[in-house]
Design a protein around this ligand. Sequence first.
Ligand SMILES: *[C@@H]1O[C@H](CO)[C@@H](O)[C@H](O)[C@H]1NC(C)=O
Ligand SMILES: *[C@@H]1O[C@H](CO)[C@@H](O)[C@H](O)[C@H]1NC(C)=O
Ligand SMILES: *[C@@H]1O[C@H](CO)[C@@H](O)[C@H](O)[C@H]1NC(C)=O
Ligand SMILES: *[C@@H]1O[C@H](CO)[C@@H](O)[C@H](O)[C@H]1NC(C)=O
Ligand SMILES: *[C@@H]1O[C@H](CO)[C@@H](O)[C@H](O)[C@H]1NC(C)=O
Ligand SMILES: *[C@@H]1O[C@H](CO)[C@@H](O)[C@H](O)[C@H]1NC(C)=O
Length: 467
Amino acid sequence: MNKSIIFASALFFVSFAFDEVQFVKNFCEEKDSRIECRNFSFIEEDLKDFAERVFIISKATEVLINGDIKFLNEHLFEKFPDAESFELESNESVSYELRKPFERPKPIIFESRIRILIIGNSRVENLENSTSFHTLTELEIFKIALSKYKDFKTKLKIDDSLLEKNSKLKNLNIITSNIETITEGAFRNLEELETLILKNNHLSYFQPKTFQYQTNIKTLDISENLIKYLGLGSFWPSSLLVLNLSGNKVESITKNHLKNLSNLKSLDISYNAIRLLSRNAFASNTKIQTINLKNNQIDEIRAFRNLETLVDLDFSNNDVETLQGDLFSNCRSLKTLNLKNNTIRIIFSAFNPELISLDLSLNKIQYLQGFEFNGLTSLTHLDISDNVLRKMGAYIPAIKLGTFSDLESLIELRLNYNFLEIDDIFRTLLQNMGKLEKFHLNGNGEFNFEDDVFDDLVSLEYLNYER
Ligand SMILES: *[C@@H]1O[C@H](CO)[C@@H](O)[C@H](O)[C@H]1NC(C)=O
Ligand SMILES: *[C@@H]1O[C@H](CO)[C@@H](O)[C@H](O)[C@H]1NC(C)=O
Ligand SMILES: *[C@@H]1O[C@H](CO)[C@@H](O)[C@H](O)[C@H]1NC(C)=O
Ligand SMILES: *[C@@H]1O[C@H](CO)[C@@H](O)[C@H](O)[C@H]1NC(C)=O
Ligand SMILES: *[C@@H]1O[C@H](CO)[C@@H](O)[C@H](O)[C@H]1NC(C)=O
Ligand SMILES: *[C@@H]1O[C@H](CO)[C@@H](O)[C@H](O)[C@H]1NC(C)=O
């Protein structure tokens, strides 16, 4: 048998004037027992038994079909008796709605040897019911996305039986599939699970014991769902390292919500509706390194003081007005702090000296009193653009002398789009910034500088002071 004719088509709709050999040449490549068929699509024809005729047994161990897959042929897996890995991805080039009526194909017959099954963007319709995956007992990686699995078309429930037999699953990824409910026992046999991705579904809550058997889980992504309450802390598996709750409806994080997450390194809870962030919200997360709270409505920034391991905090697009009190004193690891697009008017608190990048752009800061950046000897990037820095009177400049005097590592300074005038920027203000390479001053008033104003900026490569 000519090996090059070995290929896969999961299609029912295929142009009649179709030449098998040509098809393989155009779309399939076989290399090291991996067969890849890409970029194919066909004109719809009523060719019910096409697959039967054209499928030839292949020795490939890995199969990738990337094309216009609408139905997985019921015998697809039989044609690749040695294959343990199937990636069946569509490029979404054909609009499903444009298709003519069709005869419904038979349910897919999965085979137990499959270890990796990826059915992405596939519009697959002929997965019959909640026992569809029961034969897949060896499955380790399973991704199904944007499918039209019979139940997925309406609101899908992952019930106790759907994944009952897939106990070797390590990586489960069911995105954009209209999941609305997950029963409490749905994952009870998935003790090996390390990664669970349920992004972009309609989940609004989890039953308290949903994750009780996931003692090995490291990554949980439930972004872009409808979760409003985080529930009790004991609910989260304590092995989690990464939790993504971005794009939900969460309104508050209080003391007990993230309890149990004592190993968590990364939390993304951006794009929610959080108004209340308690002082001790992260008290149990003693290993946390990254927190993303972007795009919420939090008006107080006080939950971070004792987070010694925190490296990266994104607090942009919130409603903080003042930075007051002891906010970051024990943040010995904090390197990147993003406070962009809040409503900060005035800064009365100190930043931690380890800081490398500080973004205060798009706030309402009117003047800098001199001590704001004291001790920030490691800071390389400072952005105060799009604020309202302006002279407070004839003798009171917008930026007091000494404001930048500790910033000996600064490489980039943005003061653009404020109301600065010539006498706000003077030579003594810019001393000690021998490493400054980029200085953005554009979008301010008219500057007619004395020749020596920038003399101390010996590394300067870029300077913009256009009005
Ligand atoms: C998808 O596949 C079709 C058929 O080969 C091709 O014409 C189209 O350019 C592809 N689209 C994308 C976005 O890759
Ligand atoms: C498939 O289409 C994509 C996007 O149009 C292109 O980048 C890729 O090279 C194509 N692959 C093959 C095997 O033709
Ligand atoms: C699920 O579908 C299979 C295959 O069509 C069928 O044999 C089985 O009885 C169905 N099970 C349920 C619970 O409907
Ligand atoms: C939460 O932590 C407690 C105590 O450490 C533990 O007994 C419980 O199993 C944890 N819950 C989960 C879901 O991991
Ligand atoms: C969390 O999910 C959102 C939306 O799916 C994604 O954009 C973001 O990159 C994810 N965050 C992390 C830290 O991976
Ligand atoms: C500022 O944040 C608000 C939400 O607080 C958001 O709607 C807006 O788009 C943001 N503006 C910019 C320029 O990022």
